[in-house]
Design a protein around this ligand. Sequence first.
Ligand SMILES: NC(=O)c1ccc[n+]([C@@H]2O[C@H](COP(=O)([O-])OP(=O)(O)OC[C@H]3O[C@@H](n4cnc5c(N)ncnc54)[C@H](O)[C@@H]3O)[C@@H](O)[C@H]2O)c1
Length: 235
Amino acid sequence: MNIALLGYGKMGKEIETIALQRGHHIVLKVDETNAHTIQPEHIKKADVAIEFSTPHTVIKNINMCFDAKIPVVVGTTGWYDSILDIEKECLQQNGTLFYASNFSLGVNLFFKLNTYLAELMNKYPMYDVEMEEIHHIHKLDKPSGTAITLANQILSNIDCKKQWSITQGNPETLFIKDIREGEVPGTHIVKYHSNIDDIEIMHKAHNRKGFAQGAVIAAEHIKDKKGIFTMSDLI
Ligand SMILES: NC(=O)c1ccc[n+]([C@@H]2O[C@H](COP(=O)([O-])OP(=O)(O)OC[C@H]3O[C@@H](n4cnc5c(N)ncnc54)[C@H](O)[C@@H]3O)[C@@H](O)[C@H]2O)c1
């Protein structure tokens, strides 16, 4: 499979390593120094594009892939306010989009555990719930896309929480503490606490390999498909 890497930073490089190990070819590598080469005629050389760039550049890059009629896997986070517009555009153009706030198998299992725990805990209002996410200091978006996915799963199941916030204080709000330190690849903790005891679940990535592997498997999955896909289509 020929792959275009739109975004060649920490994740782009990790994806290149995994893609080559799985027998694929990288036909285009783009970072901010050659972003002008993201044009349909260049992208068309690929069977699929994998987009891990920035929240400011991702929308233009996705639309360029739709124009080139090339399936696109999107790992960039911090753009989900535009998701409905992008999904509409994808369907109108008969395109192919796979997006996920987190491509690692472990985190997607953690998502299932989080949903199940929230369903259980909704019956026990003596427990309050809050979250913590820790990432490296270079991360541009806050809170992380993964934290927002976890928060939405909790909001769908815990009746007394109406929205999430990075500000603490309102009992109807799910507080997300976002910490930026060192080179942490990504840690997420969901905490239920009462006067009697605490229950916590945590996912801690040791490196970026899990994200990269998931993105390449997603690319293999959508190569010859049309429509909109996410991790539940793989797991
Ligand atoms: N979904 C997931 O599983 C997952 C996992 C890790 C990171 N991420 C997200 O992926 C994104 C990238 O993460 P990273 O750690 O590789 O960041 P990074 O800063 O290391 O890399 C970003 C790259 O994008 C390049 N870039 C800038 N403008 C561009 C443009 N117009 N077109 C293409 N590339 C451009 C930069 O030069 C840089 O090489 C972030 O949004 C991050 O939150 C998602």
